[in-house]
Design a protein around this ligand. Structure first.
Ligand SMILES: Cc1cc2nc3c(=O)[nH]c(=O)nc-3n(C[C@H](O)[C@H](O)[C@H](O)COP(=O)(O)O)c2cc1C
Length: 170
């Protein structure tokens, strides 16, 4: 047996664009792969967000976030949101992603994404360099026109995740 980087055999992973904050005041977008369902009843999703991320601060303050599901076509925007911080840049302006009012939470949804899961934070666990936010999905809806075509979810694969997880997350 050979020792390996612990994430190496966990990909490909899906990646998502999580929005947080308060639309019209202060909001942000973060690329996230450490995100998974953890209960069906109640419907819960767990997302691990870096302690230093601007999004971590916003989610802690507002206790809400939205998991926006992107297609592969948004790869460039995903990279931008994953390599830049809202501490320094306005990711809505820089990526051209369009914020729209959500149904029940204050953070905006992203119009270009195929589905939106609005979450209210029910629990927070400090895991290490991340906070695991456990959110209850209070609204889940999709742009059926986008889903009708070939549904190509965003996966981190090939050299891309190696770079992302191997270097940035070590
Ligand atoms: C594909 C991809 C997936 C990522 N997944 C995560 C993740 O699951 N958790 C995390 O904290 N950061 C993740 N990142 C890194 C953050 O997106 C990055 O640190 C970002 O700059 C934080 O932005 P913010 O400071 O505006 O919140 C990922 C980056 C990429 C490119």
């Amino acid at each position: 047996m050979t020792d390996v980087e612990y994430l190496e055999f966990l990909w490909p992973m899906r990646h998502y664009l999580i929005t947080c904050g308060d639309f019209g005041k202060v909001s942000n977008i973060i690329a996230v792969s450490f995100c998974m369902p953890v209960s069906k009843e109640p419907p819960l999703i767990a997302c691990a967000i870096g302690l230093k991320a601007y999004s971590c601060e916003l989610i802690r303050n507002h206790k809400e976030f939205i998991v926006n599901v992107p297609l592969q076509e948004l790869k460039q925007q995903i990279c931008f949101c994953g390599y830049h911080s809202g501490h320094q840049v306005d990711k809505f302006r820089e990526t051209g992603l369009t914020p729209k009012a959500a149904r029940r939470v204050k953070a905006p949804i992203l119009k270009e994404c195929v589905a939106h899961l609005e979450c209210v934070v029910r629990n927070e666990v400090e895991t290490g360099d991340k906070i695991l936010f456990i959110g209850e999905v209070i609204e889940a809806y999709a742009n059926v026109d986008l889903v009708k075509g070939e549904y190509r979810p965003g996966y981190a694969q090939g050299e891309f995740p190696r770079k992302v997880y191997g270097i940035r997350f070590r």
